[in-house]
Design a protein around this ligand. Structure first.
Ligand SMILES: C[S@@+](CC[C@H](N)C(=O)[O-])C[C@H]1O[C@@H](n2cnc3c(N)ncnc32)[C@H](O)[C@@H]1O
Length: 233
């Protein structure tokens, strides 16, 4: 345990100093500005990759909600850092923005169909490149454009070691859980981007409701890293 902690510290240091510090000092990522929460997320991702590596969890990585490609760049970077060549990355997004949200998705802030429609595959690829991800890694990503209720049904990912859910809305979360849960390896991780330890002011209540339903139906337990939730399958 002590050794693992030290390794994590070293990796953190390497990661922040040699890579993200540089970007943070420039404070640009395409048109996107990094903030403190991104740093917390990077630490979370290091923790998840350590888990996969240490416990030899097999499978591919699936991200639902690619957006600007910020989390995708972290995934690409860590996949290379941990030398997981055989792992494939599936990057799923409508690339046309949100589908129509439900009323239960609103709390203080309203969301609209088409929010996030500024992004597309070429834009994400450019962002990944500007973040220092090499062409080979970018070209190997399997981009899956389209709404999840049509794309995930027939998506043959084989086993999944990490499922990243960052798609904000009730229906979107429900579809991801329904279509992908049977593929998640034992010991695999569902990374929840919207689920906080304190959800009092969470602008994405639909994502929380859908996750709570999944937890109840599957007798799953919710864990937290850096105040945000994840589930070990
Ligand atoms: C918050 S953004 C993702 C941010 C991204 N992970 C990043 O780091 O930049 C949410 C994304 O989920 C996508 N999305 C939400 N519901 C979807 C659905 N049902 N089908 C496809 N894409 C969906 C949106 O198009 C949007 O790009």
């Amino acid at each position: 345990m002590h050794i693992a902690k030290n390794i994590l510290k070293k990796i953190d240091k390497f990661f922040f100093n040699k890579y993200f510090q540089d970007i943070i000092s420039r404070n640009t990522f395409g048109n996107f500005k990094l903030n403190k929460n991104n740093l917390k997320d990077i630490q979370r991702w290091i923790f998840f990759f350590e888990h996969i590596k240490k416990n030899k969890i097999s499978g591919n990585i699936v991200e639902c909600g690619v957006g600007n490609g910020v989390s995708l760049s972290i995934i690409c970077y860590l996949k290379n850092y941990y030398e997981m060549e055989s792992i494939k990355i599936y990057a799923c997004d409508s690339f046309k923005g949100f589908p129509k949200p439900k009323k239960l998705d609103f709390f203080k802030r309203k969301h609209n169909k088409g929010d996030w429609s500024h992004t597309n595959i070429e834009y994400v690829k450019r962002n990944l490149k500007s973040f220092g991800i090499d062409d080979k890694t970018i070209n190997e990503i399997r981009f899956i454009p389209g709404y999840f209720d049509t794309t995930l049904k027939n998506l043959n990912t084989n086993k999944i070691c990490i499922l990243h859910l960052d798609c904000d809305l009730y229906d979107s979360y429900k579809t991801c859980f329904k279509e992908l849960k049977q593929n998640i390896s034992e010991g695999g991780i569902i990374v929840l981007d919207e689920y906080f330890e304190d959800n009092t002011n969470n602008p994405f209540p639909g994502a929380i409701i859908a996750t709570n339903e999944y937890i109840k139906e599957n007798n799953a337990s919710l864990l937290y890293k850096n105040n945000k939730g994840y589930i070990i399958n």
